[in-house]
Design a protein around this ligand. Structure first.
Ligand SMILES: [Zn+2]
Length: 482
């Protein structure tokens, strides 16, 4: 036997002995179609706001990817989105004391202007209640400019969202004709900034205005009267249907029990939604492909879910939870990825400390991954939320926000922003977690309703839910049904 043959035999033996997780991880880190899928989704289909033609194309594209990969039970699941909002066009300019165009992007869930609005511009400072009071009658019929601080962290972004109800309330009370929200990001960057959770369209037109333009408008307004033209044309409407895309690897021993991995397929439309969240949608497709190709079939069913309508208030995952209400007790775990291609440092346990041990056990198969820094916090704002409300054990990947945050919902969220090498590491981690949770003989049980109530209070989710109108949905049983 030559040394060469011996080496080959040794390699074959090692390969056969390698664990399923090692094989899945090695495949994920190798040459896979994940990046080319992402490029097709971002460049070929592009920004895909729910309710748009592009969104429908993305749904068909994803379904075909699952079918081509040979997944079982690849299908669409319809759900209802309560209100349609799509941007058509947005134009703004100053007409006196001088003339210049102003860069704006319509804010989701705000009304269109009635044709072109021409009105004075009034500086409403930060848009606090006292700021509007100070303006007395001057805001009536005017376009109000609301200033912002530059966004540097997730806390800043969160504060930006939390401030919306105050601004809307103040502007409506003052009888303003429209709102211009100063972009929190410099160098002209525009982004979609939803002003509510998508239950309804706000009656007042609103837009983000480029930061440098906002500052010039403010200086001109301080020096004397200033008039603007604003034309915002949005497609708005009532409730409509959209689709989640689902596929499976049936469980080897307990096919009725499910471990689900989800990422949202929809995006906002100014950019092409690579970091939010195409890169993770492409990863979910490639994970499914990996398990199928390698013939890895854990004890429980693996369900791959590309949720839709996430940007409209997590409608797809809410729709999924409502549709699968009878089998939620059979969901051993749900794992969500929604922070682009940032390095996975650990997972949010969403208030369930008992998830830590099985998660660490699953991650032990990849000792070099360094993804063991878990947080007990519960998250509101992505597709895990309705699983929290219904007591299903759920995890959200905790990721380095560096590649994600600056381009969040912005024109600049495009294919080249995503770190493909890092995403391959994330896919290896996701494979280990899925495999571990689906193969383990034990599982973390679903919580009862009163335990969910306690979790919401303990993790302070209630404050956010109240601000965003989700508390009423929960209390009245529109969300979180048992
Ligand atoms: Zn997202």
């Amino acid at each position: 036997m030559t040394a060469r043959v011996l080496l080959c035999l040794l390699a074959a033996a090692l390969c056969a002995a390698a664990s399923d997780v090692t094989r899945l991880a090695e495949r994920a880190k190798g040459d896979t179609p994940m990046a080319s899928d992402l490029r097709e989704l971002c460049d070929g289909i592009g920004g895909r706001a729910t309710g748009s033609e592009a969104n429908q194309k993305a749904v068909e594209w994803a379904l075909k990817k699952f079918r081509d990969a040979g997944l079982a039970n690849a299908h669409l699941e319809p759900f209802t989105v309560p209100a349609l909002w799509l941007a058509d066009s947005a134009e703004a300019s100053v007409v006196s004391p001088t003339r210049f165009p102003v860069r704006v992007a319509a804010a989701p869930f705000t009304a269109s202007t009635k044709g072109t609005l021409e009105a004075p511009l009034v500086d409403a400072a930060e848009g606090e209640r006292a700021d509007f009071d100070k303006l007395a009658g001057k805001a009536r019929g005017a376009i109000v400019l609301i200033h912002s601080k530059e966004m540097k962290t997730f806390d800043d972004l969160f504060a930006e969202y939390m401030h919306n109800p105050t601004v809307l309330e103040g502007a409506k009370r003052a009888g303003a004709a429209a709102i211009l929200l100063e972009s929190t990001r410099p160098r002209g960057l525009l982004y979609r900034h939803p002003v509510n959770m998508g239950n309804a369209i706000e009656p007042i037109p609103g837009a983000i205005v480029a930061r440098e333009h906002a500052e010039r408008l403010a200086r001109l307004a301080a020096a004397g009267p200033i008039r603007m033209r604003l034309r915002l044309a949005n497609r708005t409407g009532g409730a409509y249907q959209a689709n989640n895309v689902i596929a499976e690897i049936p469980g080897r021993e307990k096919p009725e029990e499910v471990v689900l991995i989800g990422a949202h397929l929809d995006s906002w439309d100014l950019g092409t939604g690579s970091e939010d969240n195409g890169v993770n949608a492409a990863m979910v497709i490639d994970l499914a492909r990996g398990f199928q190709q390698l013939g890895v079939r854990p004890r429980r069913t693996l369900r791959f879910a590309l949720f839709n309508g996430e940007e409209q208030g997590m409608r797809g995952s809410a729709g999924y939870v409502a549709k699968h209400r009878a089998e939620l007790g059979q969901h051993a775990a749900v794992v969500i990825f929604d922070t682009g291609s940032g390095k996975v440092t650990g997972f949010y346990l969403n208030g369930r400390e008992e998830l830590r041990q099985p998660l660490d056990q699953a991650l032990a198969a990849l000792p070099d991954a360094h993804a063991g820094d878990h947080q007990l916090d519960a998250l509101d704002g992505t597709d895990n939320f309705d699983f929290v409300l219904t007591g299903v054990p759920n995890l959200v990947a905790n990721q380095d926000p560096a590649p994600y945050l600056p381009d969040y919902h912005a024109e600049s969220d495009v294919f080249e922003r995503s770190n493909i090498a890092e995403q391959k590491q994330s896919e290896a981690i996701a494979a280990a977690v899925l495999y571990g949770l689906a193969e383990s003989p034990e599982r973390v049980p679903r919580q009862a309703q009163n335990d969910v109530e306690k979790l919401i209070i303990r993790t302070k989710l209630d404050a956010q839910m109240k601000l965003f109108g989700q508390w009423e949905d929960w209390k009245s049983g529109r969300r979180g049904l048992f």
